[in-house]
Design a protein around this ligand. Structure first.
Ligand code: UFG
Length: 329
């Protein structure tokens, strides 16, 4: 299959391109390189363009004739989404509308969307199944829910097949060291903890120690980026015309911030200074996936998502492999 991967130069997108190539598909990356990296595009052509540029998307589809699309092109900082919601709706929602329009023009009938557990907001209970009400609590989560809704309606109206994959906490890096997480600014817990271990910052703050959880810190479901990548390959082969479905991608196991820090100390052998701080606004106490549907329908299970393995791969990327990345890319 020829697969147009919008946002394919980013963290999860680039790992998915590698998984696509390994499964015999050809990924064609379309990315504006605002947050993605040209060096992360290694398994097919890179087309430089914006998700809201209908002419650019159309020209790329005309030349490459994709059989399907996977859309990772999105803004994904929760805090920034509160400050600049219009940018989030433009990229994540309007971009989705534009992409679907281009697909219709070129008769491309299958799409997989990168969605998020942020669409659930603060769930009444965990683990979270796909039928949990989606009540997002910030513009980022709302933009992803809206993108899902746009996709569902367009799929129903025009007979396209659409799948939304709702990721829990993506982490880790490619086992071969070819790819890894590279955000600027970095806001995610595991890379920040590892930056302390690497001596790049003097401490990590723990955002809240008074949550109603066993050790008082927030619980998240960390899933290896390679496992997320393989779910996209599986989703492509189950995408049915005229249908919409959504799948949670997580391990079903939650880890607290304190457990992440302790595990990172064990993996790296470094004394990582963690300072207790106030809660970060908008953080749900616990987010853990019920991923039974992905297991049953996609045949997917997270094979690499033990916390220790996730942290070890992220550490290897940060300390060994990342040095090969061209500066400024
Ligand atoms: N945390 C800290 N200190 C830090 C950074 C994070 O204590 O310096 C805590 C957060 O408060 C949270 C946990 O570590 O409790 C994980 O935080 P991340 O920022 O790594 O991840 P989030 O769970 O906030 O965000 C992820 C995705 C988002 C998505 C969100 C859904 O990265 O895109 O899940 O809740 F919106």
């Amino acid at each position: 299959m020829r697969v147009l991967v919008t946002g394919g130069a980013g963290y999860i997108g680039s790992h998915t391109c590698k998984a696509l190539a390994e499964a015999g598909h050809t990924p064609i990356v379309y990315d504006n390189l605002r947050t993605g990296h040209a060096w992360a595009v290694k398994w097919g052509p890179l087309e430089h363009g914006d998700i809201n540029d209908l002419a650019g998307l159309s020209d790329t589809m005309r030349r490459h004739r994709p059989d399907a699309v996977i859309n990772f092109a999105a803004l994904a900082y929760v805090g920034e989404s509160v400050e600049r919601p219009d940018f989030y709706y433009r990229t994540n929602v309007s971009g989705m509308v534009t992409l679907l329009q281009a697909m219709r023009l070129h008769d491309v009938n299958a799409i997989v969307l990168s969605s998020s557990c942020a669409t659930y907001g603060v769930p009444a209970r965990v683990p979270i199944g796909e039928d949990t009400p989606q009540n997002p609590i910030n513009p980022y989560g709302r933009s992803k829910r809206m993108a899902e809704e746009v996709m569902r309606d367009v799929c129903a109206a025009y007979g396209l097949g659409g799948i939304a994959l709702r990721y829990f906490n993506a982490a880790g890096a490619d086992h071969d060291g070819e790819l890894g997480e590279e955000h600027a600014p970095e806001t995610h817990l595991i890379p920040l903890v590892l930056q302390v271990a690497a001596g790049l910052r003097d401490h990590v703050s723990i955002f809240g120690t008074d949550y109603d959880t066993p050790d008082g810190t927030c619980i998240r479901d960390y899933v290896h980026v390679t496992d997320l990548a393989s779910a996209h390959v599986a989703a492509l082969s189950t995408c049915q015309p005229g249908g919409f479905s959504a799948f949670n991608l997580g391990t079903g196991r939650g880890s607290s911030i304190a457990e992440v820090v302790a595990c990172a100390r064990a993996v790296t052998g470094k004394a990582i200074v963690a300072q207790e701080g106030p809660r970060r606004p908008g953080d749900p106490p616990a987010l853990v996936a019920d991923a039974a549907r992905a297991r049953e329908v996609l045949g997917w299970s997270p094979a690499h998502s033990d916390l220790e393995k996730v942290i070890a791969d992220a550490w290897a990327w940060m300390t060994i492999h990342r040095a090969r990345v061209p500066a400024g890319g």
